[in-house]
Write a protein that binds this ligand. Structure first.
Ligand SMILES: *Cc1c(COP(=O)(O)O)cnc(C)c1O
Length: 401
């Protein structure tokens, strides 16, 4: 087994520097805890950006994966397999929708949503060929493909990756007037995160999502909710849209759908929308494979009980209460979020988000900074209240200096 030092040096030399990870080398993990190659333990307060909502090594998910590994792992979509129909029907039902188009990563699902909206625009709405427009929000994060970074407002994500894909319009997040003004008869979709994760866990103003819903319905425009990070229990509901009583035309799902075991993503919508696809028009070799479906079926069954959503609500209330005590003139300048998910702005005098994250690491807590002096807290939903309190103690310790 490598030591921390040799692993870091080798990664520095042989892996592209497209990430700046904290200098911890994880060797194993269980529940909300990770252990590094030196045997040190860390509380995971990031949960793989919500890909690990059900914790590391979740017994039900590992057992489902192991059982499927012994039967069949890949068929390609050239053939049916015996987990596929159950997965699609189960996920559609969980979402209150009719049809599923499975992919692997989040970015692929967003690409699929973009292609679906455009095809729907031409075939159903009657938009003139090549004229379809999709409206997105400033500060968005929808993935890393060339088309998706084309409508990012983050210069790091975009710079030197042009030429950019046309057909997107960017409006300020939370501004209904701007959205109304940006819509034309060629608008086919509004694509948004109901809570912006990478932007720092930004919750839009009350009524915004409901307003987007109303406006898109009136103008025959699809409302596509990217719930890849916000969905599947994180905010205390199955979908963050539910907090405003909003049902979009399409959910884009990923991250936790694969249970932290395999990449599984999907677009979920009505038959009227996903029905636009004909054979050969879109696909993926690995999308909807037996192993992915077996794990995701278990994820769906776990979400059906509501227990994870309830945990996220209860622990989230506690988390936000405790963080609120640090805010307001203290070391924390703002706290945002919903459920077991928080963006915490640290007073710049106390250090950058990166520096705070490194200090927390030294105390055995792993989080991730975003945008300067914000840290993001999103532990697995299986974390115990005692562990959460211990993690918050470490945060208070770091902020005291
Ligand atoms: C992570 C994320 C994506 C991209 O998912 P990948 O699996 O990394 O491609 C897209 N949208 C949102 C909201 C995300 O958080």
């Amino acid at each position: 087994m490598p030591t921390t030092e040799t692993a870091l040096a080798s990664a520095e030399a042989h892996s592209a520097h497209n990430y700046h990870p904290l200098p911890v080398v994880v060797a194993s993990a269980d529940g909300a805890w990770m252990t590094d190659v030196e045997g040190r333990r860390y509380l995971d307060m990031l949960a793989g950006y919500s890909a690990l909502n059900f914790g590391h090594g979740n017994r039900r998910l590992i057992d489902a994966a192991k059982a499927q590994l012994e039967r069949v792992t890949l068929t390609s979509r050239a053939f049916h397999h015996d987990r596929f129909a159950d997965f699609c029907a189960g996920l559609a039902d969980l979402c209150g929708m009719e049809m599923v188009l499975p992919m692997n990563t989040g970015a692929e699902a967003v690409e699929t949503a973009v292609k679906t909206a455009r095809k729907w625009g031409y075939r159903v709405k009657g938009v003139p060929d090549g004229m379809a427009k999709i409206i997105v929000a400033a500060g968005n994060f929808h993935g890393r493909t060339t088309t998706i970074v084309s409508f990012s407002t983050d210069s790091e994500a975009r710079a030197d990756f042009g030429p950019y894909t046309p057909g997107f319009e960017i409006v300020p997040y939370g501004d209904l007037t701007a959205l109304g003004e940006a819509m034309t008869e060629n608008t086919v979709a509004v694509l948004m995160e109901p809570i912006q994760g990478e932007a720092g866990v930004l919750v839009p103003p009350p009524g915004y999502l409901a307003g987007v819903r109303e406006m898109t319905r009136e103008r025959n425009v699809l409302f596509i909710a990217d719930e890849i990070q916000s969905g599947l229990g994180r905010t205390g509901r199955t979908f963050a849209c539910e907090h405003e009583g909003v049902v979009p035309d399409m959910y884009v799902l990923g991250k936790a759908l694969g249970g932290g075991v395999v990449p599984v993503s999907a677009v979920v919508s009505s038959a009227a929308v996903l029905g636009v696809f004909r054979a050969g028009e879109h696909g993926s070799t690995f999308g909807g494979n037996p192993l992915a479906c077996a794990v995701a079926l278990e994820v769906i069954a776990m979400l059906r009980t509501g227990e994870f959503q309830q945990r996220a609500t209860e622990l989230g209330d506690h988390l936000h209460h405790e963080l609120g005590l640090l805010a307001g003139g203290g070391p924390v300048t703002a706290v945002r979020g919903r459920g077991l998910w928080a963006g915490v702005d640290i007073a710049p005098a106390l250090g950058t988000g990166r520096e705070i994250s490194e200090k927390l690491m030294d105390r055995g807590v792993l989080v991730k900074d975003t945008h300067g002096s914000t840290i993001r807290i999103a532990p697995p939903l299986v974390i115990t209240k005692e562990d959460l309190d211990w993690g918050l103690d470490q945060l208070r310790g770091v902020l005291r200096g």
